[in-house]
Design a protein around this ligand. Structure first.
Ligand SMILES: *Cc1c(COP(=O)(O)O)cnc(C)c1O
Length: 347
């Protein structure tokens, strides 16, 4: 079975939704989750009064399943996705889907769709999207009385088709996250309000927005969907932190910090001001997240008169970002030793 792959042009897939064979679903009612099951029904039928439609109770996760060189189907640190989704749910008064069950559900749905997991070397992956919505009816402002948990999977193409070309960011004119708000959880509501800034950035010719902290507009936070990393001239990795807990705890970032430590790099995890970036303190910059692992950033533009270039990563990915990226992808692909037990075998 595992060998019989779907007939897709794996290397030319883009990042769009392709229906697969199965999704996983579970429902929460009267204080408990049901057994959950795989389904081949890719539609959800809901009351017009379901909580999701009115008060936006939705949280999600994103991870990828892929084939390693020895033909195993694996995913990367699903336990951290389970924990983060539980934290996100708790913040929106939604019931957490238990961690062990989350991991088991990922395993079930990926195994059932093994034919959709792209082959090793194609650069493509099976994107795994767990999410939860308030499905019960609610008209007064309150948490929904019922919830629907679902995992859909869809094959997606390599993030970088034309090689790792450094991107240009702009400093966002809008804010992403309120101090002590919901910036540290993975919820659709954080994306709804980021769509306009993102499209404005694209219309301006930029790849993404870099958001500053909304309290003081002094500190660098992250982009709409990726954490940011810097490297100093002496090779120190600098990882921005937030005074106001408004940066999403990226699993890729946390893994890269461990990789940097294993490589013997010096690491500073601390708030970083935009002034420090403008002062030329950093020679490389990158964005990190599941999809691309690291996207090199060559330039950040604030306005017509203010732009920062990262001299060691301006035309191609710089040496430190390259080393970090190659090491983490090497661990993911099974080419390097997985000494922290991050790669989770599905079959
Ligand atoms: C998902 C996400 C990231 C990246 O997290 P990973 O776990 O590394 O994929 C970063 N920032 C935001 C706002 C996100 O939603």
């Amino acid at each position: 079975m595992a060998g019989e792959k779907k007939d897709l042009d794996w290397s030319n897939l883009d990042f769009s939704y392709h229906k697969t064979d199965y999704s996983f679903v579970a429902n929460w009612k009267d204080g408990a989750w049901d057994e959950g099951a795989l389904t081949s029904d890719h539609n959800i039928s809901l009351s017009e009064c379901a909580g999701i439609f009115h008060y936006c109770q939705e949280v999600f996760e994103g991870l990828k399943a892929y084939t390693t060189e020895d033909g195993s189907i694996v995913c990367f640190r699903p336990d951290l996705n389970a924990e983060r989704m539980a934290d996100s749910a708790t913040r929106l008064e939604m019931p957490a889907f238990p961690k062990e069950r989350f991991i088991d559900a990922v395993k079930q749905v990926v195994a059932a769709n093994a034919a959709w997991v792209p082959p090793f070397g194609s650069g493509a992956t099976l994107y795994v999207r767990p999410f939860m919505i308030g499905s019960g009816e609610v008209i007064g402002v309150a948490p929904a009385p019922e919830y629907h948990f679902r995992i859909l999977v869809t094959p997606v193409g390599p993030y970088f088709k034309g090689g790792l070309k450094p991107i240009t960011l702009c400093i966002a004119k809008y804010d992403r996250a309120a101090p002590h708000g919901t910036g540290n959880i993975k919820a659709g509501l954080n994306y709804a309000m980021s769509l306009k800034p993102t499209m404005d950035a694209h219309r301006g010719g930029f790849a993404e927005n870099l958001y500053l902290d909304s309290q003081s507009r002094t500190y660098v936070e992250e982009t709409g969907g990726a954490n940011v990393l810097f490297v100093k001239a002496d090779g120190t990795l600098v990882v921005p932190q937030s005074h106001t807990d408004s940066i999403l705890p990226s699993i890729t970032r946390r893994s890269l910090v461990q990789v940097a430590e294993d490589l013997g790099m010096t690491i500073e995890q601390r708030p970083v001001t935009w002034d420090e970036v403008k002062s030329g303190a950093f020679v490389e910059c990158g964005l990190c997240g599941t999809a691309a692992v690291i996207s090199p950033v060559g330039t950040i533009v604030e306005d017509e008169n203010t732009k920062v270039e990262f001299p060691q990563g301006l035309t191609e990915i710089g040496p430190a970002m390259k080393k970090l990226r190659e090491t983490l992808t090497g661990i993911q692909d099974g080419a390097l030793e997985d000494k922290h037990g991050w790669v989770f075998k599905i079959q």
